[in-house]
Design a protein around this ligand. Structure first.
Ligand SMILES: Cc1ncc(COP(=O)(O)O)c(C=O)c1O
Length: 458
């Protein structure tokens, strides 16, 4: 009988994160003057130890022991052979998923929240501000701050705040303070509200608010933390892929296809990057980041320089973008409602090492139900996008009669997202699309910025 759960002992956990910057070529982030930003320019926003990690090109970076101790609360996470899903789809493919929903807040997000809280603590910071879309990141940072005795303030995108009231409670249980964004607490929030009082909010707006709240603390004891997009976040998430590689090796498997949903890119990158290194070295793997059709950053946004936030506080990042003013339709995968994408993921898509896919909201929920009714676990709305692509690939394997090995990241559970499932079951969920008009309007945001070079890593 095939093994269902492949588990590692705590002794087998990776001791180092994998840094893809050692193996790929990247355009630098640019400051307002059009020149590459210096690490010092970021010092009011992030602690210097994290800035050093952001720009490091060391291939392997040791995970500090206090971080390992907190990781051990839920890591190593199980790699599960989705035998029931395989049966439900009647596919010859062997499907494995990494269950990141076993962490205390229920997703992959604490893999970076914990080291970020730790590095802020050792740098002498007392308070961290952040944004959250789905609420998973705000919960993860609240949890991590509680482990290291830090205060945490979270600007939560208004539409998600209204859709998921219990995420705020969860943050409160861990001592975090959660307010809806846009808010009257910051200039960035007040400006948006003056123009669009009924806005559902966006991650870009919430990031502006959280950055402003951090840099305007004159005591210098507050810093900002980002749950995705940046290099150091992708780095921390590589524990997922490194564990998965080891777990697959235990059963003599290696993936033909790797899939993850992509909002800012972190759970996808964490799963895929340790395998991208193999692909750069000649392995034949298909690697798919999957995004929502209503916010198709990678599949429809060009590779440009753009701001990571709505107000333009962040440096210009080389990434696929729909424009920093873009406010996506209020679909239910709040963590995927982001106009940009991690520069590392964008670079790899741009040079053809990754192939982005987009799925619609209804396709995603249909796949979420197939998964929940076969494997049992209820996936987060973001995760259902990855599952929708897995379903397509498993059916393709059946058509082609091929025994493909599919690895995907099950980025989180949806037990606080039941409002969206309720609507889906009642047939009330819509299928928002990204229109040509939105595309043209969004491109205005970056039309006068410099263009990144087309670099090749192999
Ligand atoms: C469960 C889950 N999956 C995926 C994402 C998308 O983020 P990222 O692309 O950084 O992994 C989020 C973001 O909130 C999330 O909560």
């Amino acid at each position: 009988m095939a093994l269902r759960k492949i588990v590692l002992s705590e002794d087998e956990m990776p001791r180092q994160w994998y840094n893809i910057l050692a193996d790929i070529k990247m355009n630098p982030p640019l400051g307002p003057d059009g020149n590459p930003v210096s690490p010092d320019a970021l010092a009011p926003v992030f602690p210097m130890n994290l800035i050093e990690q952001e720009v490091s090109s060391e291939r392997w970076i040791t995970i500090p022991e206090p971080v390992m101790e907190v990781y051990r609360i839920w890591r190593p996470s199980p790699l599960v052979r989705a035998i029931n899903l395989e049966k439900a789809l009647d596919t010859p493919a062997r499907i494995y998923f990494k269950n990141e929903g076993v962490s205390p807040p229920g997703s992959h997000k604490p893999n970076t929240a914990v080291p970020q809280a730790y590095y802020n603590k050792v740098f002498g910071i007392k308070r961290i501000t952040t944004e959250t879309g789905a609420g998973q990141w705000g919960s993860a940072l609240s949890f991590a701050c509680s482990q290291f005795g830090l205060e945490c303030k979270v600007f939560m995108v208004r539409i998600s705040f209204d859709q998921k009231p219990y995420r705020k409670t969860m943050m409160g249980v861990w001592g975090g303070k959660c307010i809806p964004s846009p808010s009257m607490e910051t200039k960035a929030g007040r400006d948006v509200l003056a123009q669009y009082p009924d806005t559902p909010g966006s991650l870009g707006i919430a990031i502006s608010e959280a950055v402003e709240a951090a840099v305007s603390d004159t005591t210098g004891q507050t810093r900002y933390s980002l749950g995705s997009v940046l290099n150091h976040v992708m780095l921390h998430q590589t524990v997922i892929g490194l564990e998965a590689k080891n777990q697959l090796a235990k059963v003599g498997e290696y993936p033909d296809i790797i899939i993850g949903c992509a909002g800012g890119g972190s759970n996808f990158a964490g799963t895929a990057f340790p395998f991208v290194l193999d692909k750069i070295n000649g392995k034949n793997i298909e690697i798919f980041p999957v995004e929502p059709a209503a916010c198709p950053t990678l599949t429809q946004g060009p590779f440009v320089y753009d701001h990571g936030d709505n107000a333009g506080y962040t440096p210009l990042l080389p990434m696929h973008s729909l424009g920093h003013n873009f406010v996506p339709a209020p679909f239910h995968a709040g963590g995927l409602r982001y106009h940009g994408m991690a520069p590392t993921v964008s670079q790899l898509v741009n040079e053809g090492l990754l192939e982005a896919k987009a799925v619609s909201q209804l396709e995603a929920y249909e796949a979420g139900l197939i998964f929940a009714r076969s494997e049992g676990h209820i996936p987060a709305p973001e995760t259902t996008h990855a599952i929708a692509q897995v379903v397509k690939e498993a059916r393709r394997a059946k058509e082609e009669g091929k025994e493909k090995v599919i690895l995907f990241n099950w980025s989180g559970h949806g037990c606080l997202d039941l409002g969206a499932y309720e609507k889906f079951l009642a047939g009330e969920l819509t299928n928002p699309i990204f229109t040509e008009e939105e595309k043209v309007k969004a491109a205005e945001a970056f039309k006068n910025y410099p263009r990144p070079a087309n670099l090749k890593s192999r």
